[in-house]
Design a protein around this ligand. Structure first.
Ligand code: SAM
Ligand code: SF4
Length: 504
């Protein structure tokens, strides 16, 4: 059968979904010699162009992997594809559209089947069923479908399989051209932060060390590759394993040097507490080049103990600080720290303290604030009522207000995070002046600077819901244009006046 797997990611995450690569290479599926093509798109692409390019594949079956950033588009595409050719069979998976699969089918007649949980086995079974023209899915675990009367049925879930039973051999399309790939060395998470669906749904399972090392060898043979983005929940939790892989990657980079291939930088989003001296020393051997991006992202989320406790986020502030400082002091400067704006139990005052912790205590160079999104399948999704969480109906389900955060306070927190990020990313001169003027309580001074920018220049920046990568990204791109250069200079000069006249 001619099968299309569709990957749609934001421009800020320019990498094909690893789960689709595994699905394409899944041994059982491969044996049947179906034609399987992965088509890649960005969420920012014109949706009609995406539609036309998908249709040009003449697929009989189309599979979409949904996430917060693409589910609205997938629903639109499924409806359009069905309108144009009702014989194309459409399968969706991924947490966003499979947490409430009946609702997805009810509201989206274009979608034929929703797969819940890990996709490999149910996807294979559905394809096998369609290839043999049976069209009855009641014996396939982990799927939700319409029966012959059009009634929606959800089958029971299967036990999670051992990862090595997935038996896939890693290969990629356009091997010689790839500059960035993603990879997962284990599935699941040992923690269960309540804002995240990762630990809530998946118990930890590993690919064998031999399998991961074979995959790394393949990845490190790709001639143009620069970035290897690990999408593990926390690569460093299993120290011995992580250390072995880091060492192996460093040795593979040595080989690349001899072959005159560009060296590869691994990228991790992780919890800083999981690192230790050995891991840090091995990380420092990678020739990180920060013109290429931030390669370590540490999830802090909040500096407030009670907010973290409410989120069931295990956290040791001292260890976080000490590991962060160790990395920075050893020379790995451009690490980014991530926080969440609007968590249950948090308030505007506590959130300002988190921002202050970032810029005064940690003295970060880079940070990212995400607006709290109520992720389908997460604890907070199921217990939203307990916290008075009111959130947007459409993905990414951003928080509107909660018992602890009023709408007005969220707007204020959003504004502060947005302008602080703009300053940190594109007006570093202001940061340098602030750092010289004050060591502690920097946020108080930044509030004055942000008020000045907001009151005089807000029309030049994104008007609402600031804390999304996209709006900041767009504004940052605009800020290099000649018109913005002038505004930027005016802002910097105004800010410097405020700093000079500031008395603590
Ligand atoms: C993919 S997560 C994984 C991070 C890593 N496992 C950790 O625990 O630090 C990356 C970042 O996304 C952000 N994030 C996760 N869930 C979120 C949510 N529900 N709303 C907003 N941001 C979220 C957090 O800042 C987190 O550090
Ligand atoms: S935020 Fe990180 S540590 Fe917490 S459950 Fe999600 S993946 Fe695991």
């Amino acid at each position: 059968m001619n099968i299309g797997l569709i990957s749609i990611v934001p421009e800020t995450v320019p990498v094909t979904s690893h789960s689709l690569i595994v699905l394409k290479n899944f041994g059982k599926l491969k044996k049947h010699k179906h034609s399987i093509t992965i088509k890649k798109f960005f969420c920012e692409n014109d949706k009609n162009e995406i539609l036309n390019r998908i249709l040009s594949g003449n697929f009989e079956i189309i599979g979409f992997s949904s996430y917060l950033w693409n589910s609205k588009l997938i629903k639109w595409l499924a409806a359009k594809i069905k309108e144009i050719n009702k014989n194309i069979f459409i399968i969706v998976g991924g947490i966003q559209l499979s947490t409430e699969p009946e609702k997805t089918l009810l509201e989206n007649p274009g979608i034929d089947i929703v797969i819940q949980g890990e996709g490999e086995i149910p996807f294979y079974n559905v394809i096998d069923n369609l290839a043999s023209k049976k069209y009855c899915f009641q014996d396939i675990k982990n799927v939700c479908f319409r029966d012959e009367n059009g009634d929606i049925k959800r089958n029971s879930k299967d036990d999670l399989m051992k990862l090595d039973d997935i038996n896939y051999t890693l290969t990629m399309d356009n091997e010689d051209e790839l500059e960035i790939v993603s990879y997962e060395s284990f599935r699941g998470c040992i923690w269960s932060c309540r804002y995240c669906a990762w630990g809530e749904l998946n118990k930890v399972r590993f690919y064998s060390e031999e399998k991961v090392m074979a995959d790394l060898e393949y990845i490190f043979s790709l001639p143009k590759l620069r970035t290897l983005a690990f999408v593990d929940s926390n690569f460093f939790i299993y120290k011995k394993r992580a250390l072995k892989f880091l060492k192996y990657m460093n040795s593979l980079n040595e080989k690349r040097k001899q072959e005159r291939y560009p060296l590869i930088f691994p990228y991790f989003e992780t919890n800083a507490e999981s690192l230790d001296d050995d891991l840090i020393d091995e990380l420092l051997k990678f020739p990180y080049d920060f013109k290429e991006g931030k390669f370590l992202k540490f999830g802090l989320q909040s500096s407030d103990k009670d907010t973290l406790k409410e989120s069931n986020r295990r956290f040791n502030l001292e260890k976080f600080k000490s590991n962060y400082n160790k990395i920075i002091n050893k020379g790995l400067k451009e690490v980014s720290v991530e926080i969440i704006c609007g968590l249950p139990g948090d308030t505007l005052e506590k959130y300002k303290k988190t921002l202050d912790f970032l810029i005064s205590d940690l003295n970060v160079e880079y940070f990212q604030s995400y607006f709290f999104s109520i992720v389908p399948g997460s604890y907070f999704w199921y217990h939203a009522g307990d916290y008075g969480l009111e959130f947007e109906k459409e993905a990414p389900h951003n928080i509107i207000q909660s018992n602890s955060f009023s709408k007005e306070d969220l707007c204020e927190a959003d504004k502060l995070s947005y302008y602080l990020q703009l300053i940190y990313q594109s007006m570093k001169r202001i940061k340098r002046f602030v750092d010289k003027k004050v060591e502690k309580d920097k946020m108080k001074l930044y509030e004055k600077i942000i008020d000045f920018i907001y009151n005089n220049y807000k029309e030049y920046f994104c008007p609402s819901r600031h804390c999304s990568d996209n709006s900041i990204g767009k504004d940052l791109r605009r800020m290099v244009t000649p018109e913005y250069q002038k505004i930027k200079m005016d802002i910097i000069n105004g800010a410097i006046d405020i700093i000079k006249n500031y008395n603590e």
